[in-house]
Design a binder for this molecule. Structure first.
Ligand code: KPL
Length: 305
């Protein structure tokens, strides 16, 4: 695909929260000349140390979003369970033509979000396999290079090329797709296999390469494939399993986001991952016992933390 060239000077972006992917995107945008503001629960400046993929360190000052200025470009890289709440809070501050890019693990229904937006406001979904983590609350490390997929969920508009250019800078290499669902289901297979097991075992992703976990991984992935296929997104078990094992190898030293959430006593994205698989499976009258078991085990662990 030919690279996109912005049609006007770098547009300013607001980024919700201070999660690792949001700070990675913010750092890369700011370094490329985009004005960046952070939308935080408690508005404050952030003096960020950013370690890029080549281990180069940069110091960046990120300012909080002023609530009196309409937000035109908004990146919402928050957990699946927080998206609705974040957008509801920011809604009164959005410009009439604002473009919003959401990015999270798992699948949530988009319609309730679309229903909140004005006719000229745009909604996009970005799925990324870029990896980043925070060594401290002020230090983000770009720990693994991956690619991202971007799809527009609302009608085309004049600013689309600028959004694509900015997201290429933020989290590229980027591929623009017409339908995000096949990508979301593929990522769901990866997250359903890796995230709950690493959280339950309290281990790095690489430990799942042991043959001990193979029956569980195969069961989880084949259930995701069956449900995705029955939902109209055909997925083959062998190639999906191969992708899961590629990610396990490529991220062997990483701790999954769910392992980190469980260890930090935070809410997890299990409802949008195994929970979504179980919900769709129930509607389609397909059995999904492996995903059901992960859902229940993660709920049980997080209930006692
Ligand atoms: O997306 C991830 C996550 O941790 O949420 C994987 C791909 C499993 C990498 O850790």
């Amino acid at each position: 695909m030919a690279p996109y060239t912005p049609t006007q000077p770098a547009l300013s972006w607001s980024i919700v929260g201070r999660g690792a992917i949001g700070l990675l995107a913010g750092a890369r945008l700011q370094l490329a000349g985009y004005p960046i503001k952070l939308w935080l629960k408690t508005p404050e400046e952030l003096l960020l140390t950013f370690t890029d993929i080549q281990h180069q360190e940069q110091r960046l000052l990120m300012l909080p979003q002023q609530t009196d200025l309409p937000i035109r470009q908004l990146l919402v890289p928050v957990k699946a369970y927080d998206v609705d709440n974040a957008i509801t809070q920011i809604l009164p501050h959005l410009a009439d033509h604002a473009q919003l890019v959401i990015s999270h693990n798992g699948i949530i229904p988009f319609q309730p979000l679309l229903d909140k937006l004005k006719p000229e406001q745009g909604l996009w979904f970005l799925s990324t396999s870029q990896a980043a983590y925070k060594a401290t609350p002020e230090h983000v490390i770009h720990s693994g290079a991956g690619m991202s997929f971007l799809a527009k969920l609302t009608a085309e508009s004049n600013s689309d090329a600028d959004i694509i250019a900015a997201m290429t800078t933020a989290l590229g290499p980027l591929s623009v797709v017409a339908d995000i669902y096949p990508i979301l289901w593929q990522k769901l297979a990866i997250n359903a296999a890796i995230n709950p097991l690493t959280a339950i075992e309290n281990c790095q992703n690489g430990q799942l390469a042991s043959p001990y976990y193979q029956p569980q991984i195969e069961a989880l992935v084949s259930e995701v494939c069956q449900v995705a296929t029955a939902s109209g997104f055909p997925m083959d078990v062998a190639s999906s399993l191969a992708k899961v094992y590629q990610v396990i190898t490529a991220t062997a030293n990483n701790f999954s986001s769910m392992q980190q959430d469980v260890q930090a006593g935070r809410q997890t994205e299990i409802d949008a991952i195994c929970g979504y698989v179980c919900q769709q499976a129930a509607q389609l009258q397909i059995a999904a016992p492996a995903n059901q078991q992960m859902l229940l085990q993660i709920k049980a662990i997080t209930a006692v933390i």
